[in-house]
Design a protein around this ligand. Structure first.
Ligand SMILES: Nc1ncnc2c1ncn2[C@@H]1O[C@H](COP(=O)(O)OP(=O)(O)O)[C@@H](O)[C@H]1O
Ligand SMILES: O=P(O)(O)OC[C@H](O)CO
Length: 501
């Protein structure tokens, strides 16, 4: 009898395959990084073929590491970086262009033009999202308008559109030879083309972005048996798809309205389950689908999306060479007693929630002759904590639900200094669960529920346990002064990009 579930976690920087047992314990994991392609300032691309090759490889490696055969897996779940968009040819399986990554800002001007006529929030009522180059619709429009022949191929149904989940499920289930062309409600809710009320593509939105309906995937539940794998090994049920931030919410077992988590990866994404009705945001968050279990009613979420957190640490490593590995930032930051008055605002792709300012750009401010590398490193970590406080305050305003303590996960939660500072600046505890790979765990849970490997949400809750908790330690005045400095720095990052530049 199968006694494990596999999860593919296709993230912004790497692809993992993790095998879990019934207790949610990791039996094996394999991981491969892929290239970040920056053709011009503000442009970010991935090669979809590399992502599929890596997925293929980690699935084989993970299974071998666990000492399992495909028949030992009850199901496979998939979770993925969201919004990243691509087009491919259904006859050959070849992408028509690199995928445009969620952080890519090349469509800022088109988006600003749409906002001029009706404001940034003109589509919030239907889609839950403000107008921003972050979401998939403008990226798809760009591909259709700029790649030779793409629009004609999309109109006659030869070119298929998808976010990364669609691309991978299509390849996993046969590719040109009958591959399933689907996306789940959570990923679809990030395209800016789906109606939150009907959970279907919205004709008016397709019209606004001039997207032919024929190339779009079918929208399915997040937990449901969709079909079977054909590649890299045959016969395993594909039982669930969730966008990675929704998967982390699910993996943290935030199944009740008011429960929230924050995931610290390339960016930070705080989500609160708001129950069966979407909650409109007036504080700068987005309204999104949290999950839908096999044709049942959806659960919605409020989300505070922050574009750059761990990516700032990578930038210190790759672009400035201040550290050799991401984990070294902690030692460097500890070489300074405090931030020495230095703030880093990482508005590399503008600022997302709660500001939504495409015209912002990154800055380092507060420099004096006293400042050294340690202050910069500390300011980079602090930026993550300040941004998180901004979105949590917005979340409490929008939902009316206090968040007494914050469930945290993701790669940056291995950083003790950051987790302590986060508790300090929030004035409430932060905590990390035993299984910190909650994104993959959420996808495994969705897939395992669909095939009956887990029976109820209560089974999943029983698996959750705290690993570590950090309590606030600083005085109110210090907290106030630090956060006020952040606010001043953020204001100075606005308006750097001129609208018609
Ligand atoms: N100890 C650490 N301190 C600070 N940042 C870290 C640390 N370890 C990893 N990171 C950052 O976390 C990110 C990786 O986390 P992960 O959850 O794998 O992200 P993603 O799913 O977005 O690829 C990278 O941006 C990396 O720079
Ligand atoms: O791949 P991550 O963890 O950086 O998450 C990316 C988000 O889904 C973007 O919205």
């Amino acid at each position: 009898m199968p006694d494990a579930v596999g999860a593919i976690d296709q993230g912004t920087t790497s692809t993992r395959f993790i095998v879990f047992d019934r207790r949610g314990t990791i039996l094996a994991q394999a991981q491969r990084e892929h290239e970040q392609i920056f053709p011009r300032p503000g442009w970010v691309e991935h090669d979809p073929r590399e992502i599929w090759r890596n997925t293929h490889a980690v699935m084989r490696e993970g299974l071998a590491q666990a000492g399992l055969e495909p028949r030992d897996l009850a199901a496979i779940g998939l979770t993925n970086q969201r919004e990243t968009a691509l087009l491919w040819d259904r006859r050959t399986g070849e992408p028509l262009h690199h995928a445009l990554v969620w952080q890519d800002t090349r469509t800022d001007r088109q988006v600003a033009a749409l906002a001029r006529d009706g404001g940034r929030d003109r589509f919030r009522g239907v889609t839950g999202l403000p107008l921003a180059s972050y979401f998939s619709a403008s990226k798809l429009a760009w591909l259709l308008d700029h790649v030779d022949g793409a629009r004609a191929l999309a109109e006659d149904g030869t070119a298929l559109f998808g976010t990364i989940d669609s691309w991978l499920v299509w390849n996993l289930t046969g590719g040109p030879d009958g591959g399933l062309h689907v996306t789940d409600v959570t990923n679809a809710s990030r395209t800016q083309l789906m109606s939150l009320a009907t959970l279907d593509w919205d004709e008016a939105m397709l019209g606004v972005f001039r997207i032919p309906r024929g190339g779009l995937p079918r929208i399915v539940s997040s937990s449901a048996v969709l079909g079977e794998t054909r590649d890299p090994f045959p016969g395993v049920a594909v039982g669930g798809i969730l966008g990675d931030q929704q998967a982390a919410l699910f993996g943290q077992t935030c199944f009740s309205a008011g429960e929230a988590k924050n995931t610290y990866g390339t960016g930070c994404f705080a989500l609160m389950n708001t129950g069966p009705e979407p909650v409109a945001s007036t504080a700068g968050l987005v309204t999104t689908v949290a999950y839908q279990l096999d044709g049942g009613p959806p659960a919605y979420a409020l989300e505070g999306s922050i574009a750059i957190t761990g990516a700032l640490v990578q930038w210190l490593r790759d672009n400035l060479g201040l550290i050799g590995a991401s984990s070294e930032i902690e030692g460097l930051a500890r070489s300074a007693e405090d931030n020495g008055g230095v703030y880093v605002v990482p508005a590399f792709s503008g600022l997302y929630a709660p500001h939504w300012r495409d015209d912002a750009r990154g800055l380092i401010i507060g420099l004096t002759r006293f400042a050294h590398r340690g202050h910069i490193a500390r300011a980079c970590l602090e930026a993550t904590a300040y941004q998180t406080r901004e979105v949590l305050e917005a979340m409490e305003r929008d939902s009316g639900c206090p968040i007494p303590e914050l469930r945290c996960d993701g790669g940056m939660t291995g950083n003790d200094l950051l987790m302590q500072f986060q508790a300090d600046i929030l004035d409430r505890p932060t905590l990390r669960p035993k299984v910190s790979e909650t994104t993959a765990l959420g996808a495994a849970y969705a897939a395992g529920l669909a095939t009956g490997f887990w029976k109820t949400l209560e089974d999943l809750r029983d698996n959750w346990a705290v690993d570590k908790r950090w309590h606030p330690r600083i005085e109110a005045e210090e907290r106030r002064a630090l956060f006020a400095g952040w606010g001043r720095a953020v204001e100075r990052s606005f308006g750097w990009v001129e609208e018609n530049a």
